[in-house]
Ligand binder design. Structure first.
Ligand code: PMP
Length: 363
């Protein structure tokens, strides 16, 4: 990255667009295995059937992929019990989100979302020329949906509800989501970002797919990156009203979803039982880690994704540094907290050790 001025005219608003900060790769530390638990990735490698599908598809990379993503869309429609017309895919759900902003917002329109939440939101919104309206999370690091409803103006064109919320962890309840939707204008697009939905276990968690069938303004955003372990292939999708899905397909990068990604996703759906058993294992680890941290005295908010949140405030960066020295890459959000992905058992054990040591030496 360079701070040099560009030799050509670029949009003046670019200066205000934050850069996405990816999780750091594991830094080698002598004598220990390093682990990356900074990007909410799935620690399991792809299943052999998925690797096989990718290598079969690799034989044809001289050809463009199926732009209609037909076979995968059909498989998803069966799996989710929704008509194919209601599905739109994209190059990761972050790209589908950018498509949503593109179809909903004119310059200076407003996008309401909670903060702190997924760091791509302000970037995608700013790049489009729309404006972010960030509504603070409540004291339990949960969405304050009443305050979000109040933040809606006649310039609001999109609301994003992230559940479970990245990076803090809590999920919105069915009751909360329905009450919110009953309050907001029925022609306002509400995106429910469910990137981590497969990891939710609380009974009260909203069922946005069912809700989307009742509220035509609701779009459910999902991804193959987390529970299905295909982060590197970049594939996500939206379930939306058929007219919204059609608009989303128009806004997609042509041929953006590769053939490798399409076939890997189809193979993943076929092997879903195995993949969901892995998710269950990770959820078990999450419960173990969260219980261990709370026992140590940490105030960990409800964790419904594949990660947990340590509200360290100004100590976020020093904690991440201390973890890195022990071969553990976590994700600090300066002045706020640290997000730790649930990873391999040894990585989770290390996190518990690092957290205990932090309290012993700094607490
Ligand atoms: N939404 C949320 C809440 C996320 O945390 C992420 C990934 N970190 C995404 C969307 C994007 O996922 P992808 O683009 O890999 O599908």
């Amino acid at each position: 990255m360079t701070d040099q001025p560009a030799p050509v005219r670029l949009r003046s608003t670019l200066a205000g667009v934050p850069a996405y900060v990816p999780g750091k790769p594991p830094a080698p530390v002598e004598g220990v295995t390093s682990y990356k638990i900074s990007s909410n990735e799935n620690p399991f490698p792809p299943l052999p059937s998925v690797t096989q599908a990718i290598s079969d598809a690799a034989q044809q990379v001289n050809r463009y992929p199926d732009m209609g993503v037909v076979a995968l869309t059909e498989a998803l429609a069966v799996r989710l019990g929704v008509p194919v017309e209601q599905l739109a895919t994209g190059t990761g759900s972050v790209a589908v989100l950018a498509q949503l902003v593109a179809i909903a917002c004119d310059p200076d329109d407003e996008v309401v979302y909670a903060w702190r939440s997924f760091e791509a939101y302000p970037i995608v919104v700013a790049l489009s020329g729309a404006r972010s309206v960030q509504v603070p999370l409540d004291a339990d690091a949960r969405h304050d949906l009443d305050a979000m409803a109040e933040a809606i103006t006649d310039r609001t064109r999109l609301v994003v509800v992230c559940t479970p919320n990245n990076p803090t962890g809590p999920a919105v309840t069915e009751q909360e989501l329905r009450a919110f939707l009953d309050k907001v204008p029925s022609d306002l697009l509400v995106v429910v970002d469910e990137a981590y939905v497969e990891f939710t276990t609380e009974e009260s968690v909203s069922d946005a797919l069912a809700i989307a069938q009742e509220y035509p303004n609701v779009v459910v955003l999902r991804t193959f990156s987390k529970a299905y372990g295909l982060a590197g292939l970049r594939i996500g999708y939206a379930v939306a009203h058929a007219a919204v899905a059609t608009a989303l397909r128009k806004a997609a990068t042509p041929f953006g979803v590769t053939d490798l990604a399409q076939h890997a996703a189809i193979a993943s759906l076929a092997a879903e039982d195995e993949l969901l058993a892995r998710v269950e294992e990770l959820v078990g680890e999450r419960e173990r880690v969260v219980a261990g941290l709370r026992e140590q005295g940490w105030q960990v908010p409800q964790a419904q994704g594949n990660f947990c949140w340590l509200p360290l405030g100004d100590d976020a960066v020093p904690f991440a540094q201390a973890a890195q020295e022990r071969g553990l890459m976590v994700r600090p959000f300066a002045g706020d907290g640290v997000r730790c992905t649930i990873g391999e058992t040894e990585a989770n054990d290390r996190l518990l050790d690092v957290a205990a040591e932090w309290l012993r030496t700094q607490g």
